[in-house]
Design a protein around this ligand. Structure first.
Ligand code: FAE
Length: 517
């Protein structure tokens, strides 16, 4: 009986799923399957609307040759990067030596998208950024909300939509008593001790990782994921990505067709009403194997801050959607991301076993404009290093624009615009270094380079709420076109962004379903 069930489920997994058909006419098409796209698809389907969910990345439901779906952070392979022949790891060096390596070109899970002045890391696949992120699921402090989304009523967010998002995402907190004893959080306890000795509050940070599973990882009773260094290229166990939360609920509605390896290139008004959407089907080398044209009554842009902004800017400039507002492409920020490491004394080891899932941060937002996650450096050996990703109140905002010469979209972010972030992060780490008699690491981002100031994990903006759209994400200039992802948020959330992206999407789709369908 068990054998038959196993064979049956294998056969089901191997059956190709139906994908969007050329010439289809659909009521709603959602571009991208991250947080915004998943919320839109679920709520529309629950309201009785048939949805096509179109995703340029892979499904990430089939194990590779090693029996695992996702590659380990310490041994990147073709699964790790989106259409690259060499890795581009956020931490590029160790002890000053470059650690990137050649890999086969493949539609892998992490995109390191390079603009002139910044590298923007993004997840690619069904589940978007939830596949690659650290799962840190932080609701901003209410007193900061007015600066994050000034046109949104905080009452409805904190009473209804943040709780709905936290429940839907499966957010939980580490057990503080277990934290105090677990080997894998030695590095975070060092971070707490040093923060508190310098007078900074240390706060536990909620996460969507299954904390009970992590306790079993530490006890050695289950296969390890967070404790095996898995994170950037996916977690094989433990993490409640959208694959474990919104996406199964979407499947259960029976109303959503998910098309992985399908990339939307054009949206333009259709002659008989609705919109003509052109979709390219890709193979795992990134080659286009088919081009499909479908008609959708309504289109939801949920391709992420960068993906949505690039599409909208291109469609406006090339005449496909000329009436989009002039605010399209503007108000983009990096959530003030900047990284650094510190070298501890020999009597302050951070541990050779480190959970890849951060669970605490140093809050100096009000006084110094920085909230610093105490991050792991899971190398498997003792490094005496403390490592941090800071989110800072960086005021700089960039703009996407169409480049007719290259026929692509540029972003005008300048490397020097990270200086305010460095200054704000220094408000924490200069003080800790002075107190501890320690120094910054200079070997993690190059040779003699302290700051990881070339990147962001948290792109936000480009179709800002109340500017490029109305106060619910309806794009100015067209009926039936919506932005419903991180592009709506004007550049900064004061904490990690995906809970706010999810909560805002929950708020907006509820209004849109009530009034536009
Ligand atoms: P996103 O999740 O990026 O989904 C957009 C989807 O659209 C992607 O799957 C794309 O492949 C797809 N797409 C793009 N263009 C097209 C197209 N033309 N056609 C079809 N599909 C397309 O958007 N945030 C936190 O809150 N906590 C964390 O701990 C955290 N850690 C992170 C760590 C890393 C390494 C990274 C990269 C990000 C992290 N983030 C974290 C950020 C978070 O994942 C991100 O804000 C959200 O995923 C953004 O959600 P969206 O729905 O806007």
């Amino acid at each position: 009986m068990l054998a038959a069930a196993t064979v049956g489920s294998r056969a089901a997994a191997a059956t190709p799923q139906a994908v969007i058909a050329d010439g289809a006419r659909v009521p709603a098409l959602v571009i991208g399957s991250g947080y915004g796209g998943s919320v839109a698809a679920l709520r529309l389907a629950q309201a009785g609307v048939d949805v096509q969910l179109v995703e340029m990345g892979m499904a990430w439901d089939t194990p590779g040759a090693d029996g695992k779906i996702f590659a380990n952070t310490t041994s990147p392979d073709q699964r790790s990067f989106w259409l690259r022949t060499r890795t581009k790891q956020p931490l590029s060096n160790f002890l000053g030596f470059p650690i990137d390596k050649d890999i086969p070109r493949y539609t892998g899970i992490l995109d390191a998208e390079e603009f002139g002045g910044i590298v923007v890391y993004q997840g690619r696949g069904v589940g978007g950024g939830s596949l690659v992120n650290g799962g840190m699921a932080v609701t901003p402090k209410r007193e900061n909300f007015g600066a994050i989304l000034p046109t949104v009523d905080p009452g409805e967010m904190y009473d209804t939509y943040y709780p709905r998002a936290n429940a839907g995402l499966g957010v939980g907190l580490v057990d503080p008593a277990w934290f105090d004893s677990a080997d894998c959080y030695q590095y975070a306890r060092v971070g707490r001790k040093q923060a508190q000795r310098s007078g900074f509050p240390f706060v536990f940070v909620p996460d969507v990782y299954d904390w009970a599973y992590m306790q079993q990882e530490q006890a050695g009773t289950v296969p390890r994921s967070a404790l095996a260094g898995e994170i950037l290229y996916g977690n094989n166990y433990g993490k409640k990505s959208l694959q474990k939360t919104y996406l199964p609920r979407i499947a259960a509605t029976g109303r959503v067709t998910v098309s992985p390896l399908h990339r939307v290139t054009t949206v333009t008004p259709a002659s008989g009403g609705g919109y003509t959407v052109v979709v390219e089907q890709l193979d795992t080398s990134g080659a286009v194997t088919a081009t499909k044209s479908v008609t959708a009554d309504k289109v939801f842009f949920a391709a992420g801050s960068v993906g949505t902004s690039k599409l909208l800017v291109k469609l406006k400039a090339t005449g496909a959607l000329p009436n989009l507002g002039d605010e399209v492409g503007k108000g983009w920020g990096d959530n003030g991301n900047v990284m650094c490491g510190r070298a501890n004394h020999i009597w302050d080891p951070t541990g050779s076993l480190q959970s890849s899932i951060p669970c605490g941060g140093i809050d100096n937002w009000a006084a110094g404009g920085a909230f610093a996650e105490v991050a792991p450096l899971p190398t498997g050996i003792e490094t005496w290093a403390s490592f941090y990703l800071s989110i800072t109140k960086n005021p700089n905002r960039a703009q996407f624009s169409w480049n007719p010469a290259t026929r692509s979209v540029d972003l005008n972010w300048q490397p020097a615009w990270k200086q305010p972030s460095i200054d704000m992060a220094k408000s924490i780490f200069d003080r800790i270094n002075a107190k501890e008699g320690t120094i910054y690491r200079t070997d993690l981002f190059g040779t003699y380079k302290i700051w990881g100031d070339h990147l962001t994990y948290h792109p936000l903006g480009g179709a800002v709420l109340g500017k490029a759209t109305d106060n619910y994400g309806r794009l100015a200039g067209y009926q039936g076109l919506y932005a419903i992802d991180g592009s709506l948020i004007p550049g900064n959330t004061s904490v990690n962004p995906f809970v706010t992206i999810t909560a805002l999407a929950e708020r907006n789709i509820e209004k849109i379903i009530a009034t536009d369908f």
